[in-house]
Design a protein around this ligand. Structure first.
Ligand SMILES: Nc1ncnc2c1ncn2[C@@H]1O[C@H](COP(=O)(O)OP(=O)(O)OP(=O)(O)O)[C@@H](O)[C@H]1O
Length: 263
């Protein structure tokens, strides 16, 4: 668990460069415990790179970060306290859903009886119990996604990093996912939620950070961010996002280039 007074996530000047490309530039942020932090940004903004640094999967070029009170440089110390759902859920096709989850619980030292109970309860919640003993190679994209999410939170980490958790889910499953995220946050888990589906963030996030070209260009609660834009009656998080991440020369209305080159 986190030391009592430490934020769940704190970064200072976190930077990652790949050759000439600066994927993440001087990101400084703090995420309070038990909150949902919506992490937004256009394609290529640096969200995945940031999450890979915070989960100790890649090392920063410069800057520091602590997650659950531990330095991300100390992979062994930080890993037990975090869960990560990357864009492609890391699952083994040859295992059944249940075997995959038992394997994940074993890696995280969850006692067997406790693991079995949690696995059953989460499989049931995500309507996957009837398919739990089929091999993952026969699962749909949404079913794989459900297994990926369950394994990210099964060991009840202090901080869960979820990259597009509703990807591939049907509307009912997407709602279950939203309710599950809210329940986990109620139980003091911190959720770092990256998604392009803005209503999900609007619905769940206590605070939002917007990354653009690797820089954290805006932060605030959904209401504050939304009220930053003056676009008449129809103010929404989407309006705010488009405004904050607007490139020079883009029109306000649709995010498309205002002046197109002659055909
Ligand atoms: N391993 C890598 N080697 C070189 N460049 C990389 C690497 N990983 C990411 N980048 C570059 O870093 C930048 C940020 O990429 P990143 O995947 O973090 O963005 P993202 O915000 O997650 O995008 P998306 O919303 O499309 O998933 C991009 O310019 C990308 O090309």
């Amino acid at each position: 668990m986190c030391p009592a007074d430490a934020p769940a996530i704190e970064t200072d000047g976190l930077t990652k460069r790949y050759g000439e490309t600066t994927a993440v530039s001087e990101v400084t942020m703090a995420v309070e415990r038990g909150t949902v932090y919506g992490f937004l940004g256009p394609n290529g903004a640096g969200k995945t790179t940031t999450m890979r640094m915070l989960t100790s999967l890649t090392t920063p070029t410069s800057g520091t970060a602590r997650v659950a009170g531990r330095s991300i440089d100390d992979r062994e110390s930080v890993t037990p306290h975090i869960g990560y759902l990357p864009e492609e859920p890391p699952v083994y096709d040859e295992l059944t859903g249940r075997e995959q989850l038992e394997y994940a619980a074993g890696l995280r030292d969850v006692p067997e009886a406790e693991a079995d109970e949690r696995i059953d309860s989460l499989l049931q919640r995500f309507d996957l119990l009837d398919d739990a003993d089929k091999r993952i190679e026969d699962y749909s994209k949404g079913m794989r996604q459900k297994v990926g999410v369950i394994q990210a939170v099964l060991h009840e980490p202090a901080v869960a990093f979820l990259d597009e958790p509703t990807s591939g889910l049907d509307p009912r499953a997407a709602r279950t996912m939203r309710n599950t995220i809210a329940d986990l946050a109620d139980r003091e888990m911190t959720i770092f939620l990256s998604t392009h589906i803005l209503p999900v963030v609007d619905d769940l996030a206590d605070r939002i950070g917007v990354l653009h070209d690797g820089e954290l260009v805006a932060e605030g609660d959904p209401e504050t961010l939304t009220s930053r834009v003056e676009t008449g009656d129809a103010r929404s998080l989407e309006d705010a996002f488009l405004e904050i991440t607007r490139e020079p020369g883009e029109s306000r209305e649709d995010g498309l280039a205002a002046e197109r080159p002659a055909e």
